[in-house]
Design a protein around this ligand. Structure first.
Ligand SMILES: *Cc1c(COP(=O)(O)O)cnc(C)c1O
Length: 353
């Protein structure tokens, strides 16, 4: 019963098989191999646009290097206060932008509202020499609260950002889960709604280690190959990244994996909602479940060996916060989650084992 994170799961069998197959013979190093070249073309085809695509091994590298391409050292990057770039990347965005300022914005359900962004823009007037200059907005899709930005919300935020001279980045560590949940194309959820650069996650959804930085405007990517190499994220045996991404996209494997994860999360949320004393704190829109449980139920889960994170009061208003005898858990379903694990978890929480 492992619900700690979707990256607690392994890689999908299809992707492992593709890696073994790619292990035959010689291939040119540093991304000049046939796998990487074909993978980059496959990503462009998926997004229905001629994109500049760069494969990297981690999401932190994807985010930090993407932001560095959008933001000068004296720039401001607006992000959600609970975002991964803000709290989970050990200062990599600040480091790779050579010192840009991350400005964390509040927002219910893990989302930034247009009003909040407008207020932040007013707080950083353009041209005021004493302050960093607004340069980029980064949105997480699916959000750190497991919720989704609708297409219209992305378009409104991106419109406001562009009107104020900012570029728009999307942290898509769980982009597959968002696409699987919304009946929209990858293009509609990104460049057609104003996103300039996407960190297209894959590791959480079934690759071994592979993410893509996708520039929808090639002009923004002119320095990126040097940024990637200088930061130590250009893999000499690049074929193994390319092979992962090719297998991930082939036959909509990525969507099939994400649909399963989403379905398991939904089932988990529905089952837990019926546990006495439990309350679901965020609408389950992708593959994450946030639930407040009585500490008694949590002790049963711990005793049963279940994996999850204590999420504190993150994402909650003062009224929603767990009481002293309660605890908020974050549960993440993955492509590898089984219906059995879900049923067992619900049963353990309800003391029905
Ligand atoms: C997991 C995750 C990342 C990527 O993290 P790495 O551990 O560096 O691969 C980025 N953003 C979000 C929102 C994530 O959940």
């Amino acid at each position: 019963m492992s619900f700690a994170s979707d990256n607690a799961s392994g890689a999908s069998a299809k992707i492992m098989a593709a890696l073994i197959a790619a292990n035959e013979g010689a291939a040119m190093p540093y991304g000049a191999d046939d796998f990487s070249i074909r993978a980059e073309a496959a990503v462009s085809a998926l997004f229905d646009r001629d994109c500049a695509v760069f494969l990297v091994p981690t999401g932190t590298a994807a985010n930090a290097l993407a932001l560095a391409a959008l933001c000068p050292a004296w720039g401001a990057v607006f992000c959600h206060a609970d975002s991964h770039v803000m709290g989970d990347e050990c200062g990599a965005p600040e480091f790779f932008t050579a010192g840009a300022k991350l400005v964390g914005l509040p927002g219910a359900r893990g989302k930034i509202s247009p009003e909040t962004l407008a207020e932040a823009l007013r707080a950083f007037p353009r041209g005021l020499v004493k302050q960093v200059q607004p340069a980029a907005l980064t949105l997480t899709q699916a959000t750190e609260s497991g919720t989704l930005y609708q297409r219209s919300e992305i378009a409104e935020l991106a419109g406001l950002a562009h009107a104020n001279g900012l570029r728009v980045h999307m942290d898509g560590a769980r982009f597959a889960n968002a696409v699987a949940a919304l009946d929209l194309t990858p293009a509609e959820l990104t460049w057609k709604s104003g996103v300039d650069v996407l960190s297209f996650g894959a590791s959480k959804n079934g690759t071994l280690f592979c993410e893509a930085v996708i520039f929808f405007d090639r002009a923004l990517a002119s320095d990126f190959t040097f940024r990637r190499k200088r930061s130590g994220h250009t893999m000499s045996k690049g074929r193994y990244l390319g092979a992962q991404m090719l297998a991930y996209l082939d036959g909509d494997h990525w969507l099939e994996l994400a649909r399963h994860a989403n379905a398991m999360a939904r089932r988990l949320a529905e089952g837990l909602a019926a546990v006495p004393g439990a309350r679901i704190t965020q609408e389950c829109e992708a593959n994450e479940v946030f639930v407040v449980l009585p500490r008694k139920a949590e002790a049963l889960l711990r005793a049963a060996g279940a994996g999850y994170y204590d999420w504190g009061a993150r994402g909650l208003t003062a009224q929603e916060k767990p009481h002293r005898d309660e605890i908020q858990l974050r549960l993440v379903a993955s492509f590898a989650t089984t219906a059995r694990e879900v049923e067992d978890f619900i049963a353990a929480a309800a003391d029905k084992i």
